[in-house]
Ligand binder design. Sequence first.
Ligand code: 13P
Ligand code: SF4
Length: 305
Amino acid sequence: MTINEVQQEILRLKKEKDICILAHSYQAREILEIADFTGDSYALSKMAAKTENKTVIMCGVRFMAETVKILSPEKKVILSNGTAGCPMAEQFTKDEILALKEKYPGYAVVAYINTTAELKTVCDVCVTSSSAVQIVGSMENKNIIFIPDCNLGSFVADKLPEKNIVLLQGGCPVHAAVKPEEAQQAKKLHPCAELLVHPECVPAVSKQADYIGSTSGIMDYAQSSDKKEFIIGTENSIAEHLQYACPDKKFYPLSKSLVCLDMKATTLIDVLDCCKGEGGEEIVLDEETVKKARGCIDAMIALGG
Ligand code: 13P
Ligand code: SF4
């Protein structure tokens, strides 16, 4: 079968079986083309609450599929490839967070959405990289424990000096691996390009950037800018997608190492198998987990996230 034939079969099956396909922007182009909705974690979490189909296939990583299940427990939610996890989402256990809450009584726990459903059950509010500054800024609490990403957390702390934010030693192994020297070298190689980076990068990289923002923030900035060249400091698929979207501009990946193998685990054939009812992994969460984790996501939505 050609790629186009597989895509046509997926489109036919999803119509026949009332399936909605959600895909994170880090997915391959051939998957984004057949998805009903694409976007960053923030956009996907909003879409997860709205979709009316009986079945949702999430092309992304496990915490994203769990978010859909938490918001729509009555739906059948399938993670497109059962091996696609996010290493950052599992960096802390529920017991470690409970111990922190004891150590810092009265502090609100803010969880990056890149956390497991289990972890969300002991947190107060979720944020995404798009919404973190706005949400933490609109919280009444001055004292905050931010989990798990210390790089996104320090980006938020810089923007909101009035808050007292406790950070942990967690982070995205893909974004955090970019070295400050790589940013210096890329800027030297492309002196006319603007450097756009994701806040999951370390501060020594982010402080060299012309713009710091989420996946959608970076895409919107590059597409609407008058500038012609950009160094893209997030997963390398974004430089590729932008190059197709803006053929008159130039996009350079900040680092060859900016590849998330978990985001790359899903293939178009995986999506076809999910549509046939043969592949992927159905997300199963117990009622108590859904109820408690939902509080954390609802709090994000109530604060305007
Ligand atoms: P956003 O989708 O919030 O930009 O996050 C990037 C990411 O690493 C997703 O796992
Ligand atoms: Fe997790 Fe980082 Fe991959 Fe996103 S890019 S899924 S945060 S490991």
